[in-house]
Design a protein around this ligand. Sequence first.
Ligand SMILES: Cc1cc2nc3c(=O)[nH]c(=O)nc-3n(C[C@H](O)[C@H](O)[C@H](O)COP(=O)(O)O)c2cc1C
Length: 238
Amino acid sequence: MNKNIILTAAALLVILVSMIIMVQPTMRDKYTAGYETGNASDTIKLPSPVYDSEVSIEEALYKRRSIRGYKDEPLELAEVSQLLWAAQGITDLRNLRTAPSAGALYPIETYLVAGNVSGIAAGIYKYNPHLHELVKVVEGDKRAELCDAALGQAFVGDAPAAIVFSAVYERTTGKYGERGTQYVHMEAGHASQNVYLQAVSLNIGTVAVGAFNDDEVKAVMEMPANEYPVYLMPIGRK
Ligand SMILES: Cc1cc2nc3c(=O)[nH]c(=O)nc-3n(C[C@H](O)[C@H](O)[C@H](O)COP(=O)(O)O)c2cc1C
């Protein structure tokens, strides 16, 4: 009797473990869809974000300013990680994020244009918020080209890195029609303000840049056809 119970329990355990092993790759696939890379070495696991600091939200709001002059010093990967998390990080088991989104449809994609970031090669990376990872999409230092695309605003090329927000409008307009276009732009504003406030807390300078040539930024970033740039934010030490 006891032996039968033990055998049944063992069989159930084996079935359960097999099911977990079978389901796990499916879950990873779900979270890498849209962030695929042909080469595993092109994926960079980011340091975990921190959820506390010495700077209050009131102080961050009070001190937030657009900063266009940056030291010629590298940014740490942990700093970049924290800024990306502030922009679009996952903060909830239901996959909700730091910034609100109409219908929780999340049309905003987030890129890092890295020129001088410790521990990662110069290149353009896409942020996968689900796994808090960067996926390389373009090799090499593209800051000068991004600067040209941003109507030659020199600080875009001088900054060690830039966060670039793009939008996949159809995710939101599919549900909300034309009004969805407005929602997408509102959401880019939320993400941008999160970066501004997080930057104050990290003592990093940034500025929201809306003056750029859409087609040129899209080309430099090698964005998929259904993605359009909405905001650039150079980041660097003040
Ligand atoms: C939608 C939008 C677009 C902007 N585009 C640019 C830009 O292309 N270049 C720039 O230097 N600053 C840009 N800014 C930053 C503003 O110039 C800045 O917010 C303003 O001067 C107020 O300064 P503050 O942010 O320090 O309060 C933009 C700001 C917003 C909200």
